[in-house]
Design a protein around this ligand. Sequence first.
Ligand SMILES: [Zn+2]
Length: 191
Amino acid sequence: MPDGGSFITGQSFPALVLNADFRPLSYFPLSIWAWQDAVKAVFLDRVSVLNEYEAEVHSPTLSMRLPSVIALKEYIPAARRPAFTRFNVFLRDRFECQYCGEGRPTHDLTFDHVIPRSRGGRTTWDNVCTACGPCNLRKGNKLPRECHMQPRQAPRQPTSWELQENGRAFPPNYLHESWRDYLYWDSELES
Ligand SMILES: [Zn+2]
């Protein structure tokens, strides 16, 4: 096992992690591992290396180029029911307020209970939707028909596949060129 020590300064060399079917384990957030974890997985024989950075790690006995794209050897099935989390609700709604339609960064988004909790509404997939602060405030404790604010899409539980597809619409902040083929392979085939 090479010990990278502190040879890398200012660069993190993340590895894109693909499932055994060569599609990203997750699109959003994009599945990436720190190089330390990627190298460890290579040595444990859990992943195949599909692409590498120029940068190398050295140990007294060997040197190794850092993997930039790795694929799991064992397929991990997507959870059939996505977890009901804050993030997944935003992802289902594509980070857009369901009342005014505006897209916003996560920290500007809130939840709205379509039927307010004070009126018996529950915190479930089909009663919670993404809302911006101003819309949430405007809606307050009113029912949709009382304030004429209907969510653009009736909230419901998404499938894991739908969340994955929504996630693909959001390009990651960091994108190494060796990742492109794995992230956009079907769009390139179309063009
Ligand atoms: Zn809004």
